[in-house]
Design a protein around this ligand. Structure first.
Ligand code: TNX
Length: 528
């Protein structure tokens, strides 16, 4: 897949001899399955517009204000033009006669992350309140361009002219939290794999990547004060492979790549359970003072930090401190799930103590929904995952991320025949992943508490990023649409048609997606 710098923006340009100005011809209440373009997630407002669209040609210019973040997006757009056409499209900061103009309008009425895109011509405009909004507008442009422009060597293939369809879109997200989680602990995925996953999130306007950095089978992030965590605890994985870990420099690379895609990294170190790798690395974290063996199976619930020892809280302070310093985002995820070795009172006391440590390092604490039993700070966030979690507790949570395991766990099998994946929560075909409403999932919880949707991918059964893609795609796109698109646009018939139209692009990008039988996948040869 093309990397960020190449894909920040796929652009719009305009040849001098572009067709007549388009006029809006319809304002459908919801996009029809037959619309000539297929966007996922569907924008909040789309007008189809008459006209031939904008052809990228020798006169095409990108204009953008001098704000460095916007210039970077504009340069990415220009680069993509070059890759799709061979034409070196210049970026200028002033107005020009023939252009696609990126601009910031802090007073615009659409939200923080919204944008407005008009491509009817003769010039195209992309406006947003923030650089993030421009970035999302560019993702829309990318999906409007022909799929073949995603091929690396396309300029040598004598393609048809690169044309952007005529549309007028005003768009903004339904929720501020649009996330996915990748478990890099059960199987380790290197920096390039994580970047590839980030590319998929960005294409779907997602803005959070939660990394599950430690579990029984491995510790994946370098902590300078505790070198054995990675030397020993990082040395294996499920099935006994070599494991691995991110050095702090590599982690910084991931954080910065994510940031270029307007994605916040949410680091998780699961505790007090799911800690065998740490317990195996440092004997003093065990109540017995003795380390267990490294673990390469897939059982859960057997390990726990010794909650009565000061050494445990010094350890937590060290790792939260270093990880907080490495992550510009507001969050630290302390896990807190599936603890089978503590009484409820011991468990809540532990969560509250960790919460104080996280707060002292300037971060908001997140935890899996078991933490809802504790006294939480107003800033803390509960990640709902168990379909049968206590509703009254969840209703009291200060903030909620919705990850119901029977809907958005990307590691669940699609159906009984799926080779990869687990099935403890459900079999999740694409329609089940799509057809639920985040606003009504927890009727007891106030709407204002719902931050959004996150789709976790646990990696017990995924050994390579290709395996990850097989389980994530296309259900990641379903989660993205639930988190981005307004509920009034929610429509399975429309979604399955738009999803099917992504097949040629995903194929060009080399995405190992599952060709779910209920989706009308469009054949590559007959796409555009
Ligand atoms: C439950 S979800 C877990 C994980 C497993 C996952 C497998 C959660 C908070 N805990 O430890 O990997 O099931 O689906």
């Amino acid at each position: 897949m093309r990397r960020v710098r190449d894909v920040l923006v796929l652009g719009v340009g305009l040849a001098a001899a572009c067709g007549p100005h388009g006029k809006p011809v319809s304002t459908p209440a919801r996009p029809e399955a037959t619309v000539p373009f297929a966007l996922v997630p569907v924008p909040a407002g789309v007008q189809t517009v008459a006209g031939t669209g904008l052809e990228i040609g020798p006169n095409t210019v990108v204009t953008a204000p001098s704000d460095p973040a916007v210039q970077r997006i504009a340069a990415g757009l220009a680069l993509l033009f070059k890759q799709g056409t061979g034409i070196a499209v210049p970026v200028r900061s002033g107005p020009t006669a023939v252009s696609i103009a990126l601009s910031l309008d802090p007073g615009a009425t659409y939200g923080e992350e919204g944008y407005e895109l008009a491509t009817a011509g003769p010039n195209a405009t992309l406006k947003a309140r923030t650089p993030a909004g421009l970035f999302y507008g560019v993702q829309t442009i990318r999906q409007l361009l022909p799929y073949w422009s995603e091929y690396r060597a396309v300029v040598f293939l004598q393609p048809k002219p690169l044309t952007l369809r005529a549309v007028h879109i005003t768009d903004s997200p339904r929720y501020p939290w649009r996330g996915a989680m990748l478990d890099v602990a059960r199987h380790f995925f290197g920096v390039e794999d994580v970047k590839r996953f980030i590319d998929l999130l960005a294409l779907h306007k997602m803005n959070r990547l939660h990394l599950h950095l430690a579990d029984d089978q491995g510790w994946r992030i370098e902590i300078k004060k505790r070198p054995d965590l990675t030397l020993k605890g990082g040395s294996t994985q499920v099935g006994g492979g070599p494991g691995g870990f991110y050095t702090q420099a590599q982690f910084a690379d991931i954080v910065s790549y994510a940031g270029e895609h307007f994605i916040t990294i949410v680091p998780e170190v699961d505790m007090p359970g799911h800690t065998n790798a740490a317990l195996a690395s440092y004997p003093e974290l065990n109540c017995s003072g003795q380390s267990p063996q490294l673990f390469t199976g897939i059982d859960v619930g057997f390990s726990a930090l010794c909650i009565d020892k000061d050494a445990t809280y010094r350890f937590i302070d060290d790792i939260v401190g270093e990880i907080a310093a490495m992550t510009p985002g507001d969050y630290f995820h302390m896990g807190g799930d599936e603890v089978k070795t503590l009484t409820p009172a011991q468990y809540t006391a532990f969560v509250e103590r960790v919460q104080t440590i996280v707060q002292a390092h300037g971060k908001r604490m997140i935890g899996w929904d078991e933490i809802a039993a504790a006294n939480l700070l107003p800033s803390s966030i509960v990640q709902h995952w168990r379909p049968d979690a206590a509703r009254a507790e969840l209703a009291r949570a200060p903030h909620l991320i919705l990850s119901p395991a029977n809907r958005v766990y990307l590691d669940m099998k699609y159906d009984a025949q799926t080779m990869l994946g687990l099935n403890w929560a459900a079999l999740i075909p694409v329609q089940a992943a799509y057809d639920w409403n985040p606003a009504t999932l927890l009727p007891e919880a106030p709407a204002s508490a719902i931050l959004g949707v996150e789709a976790p991918l646990w990696s017990e059964t995924t050994a390579t990023i290709r395996d990850v893609e097989f389980l994530a795609m296309p259900r990641l796109a379903a989660a993205a649409e639930l988190a981005w698109s307004p509920s009034a646009q929610h429509d399975w018939a429309s979604f399955r048609s738009r999803l099917g139209a992504q097949a040629p692009r995903w194929t060009a990008l080399g995405v190992n997606f599952y060709r779910a039988p209920e989706i009308p996948w469009r054949a590559v040869g007959n796409a555009e």
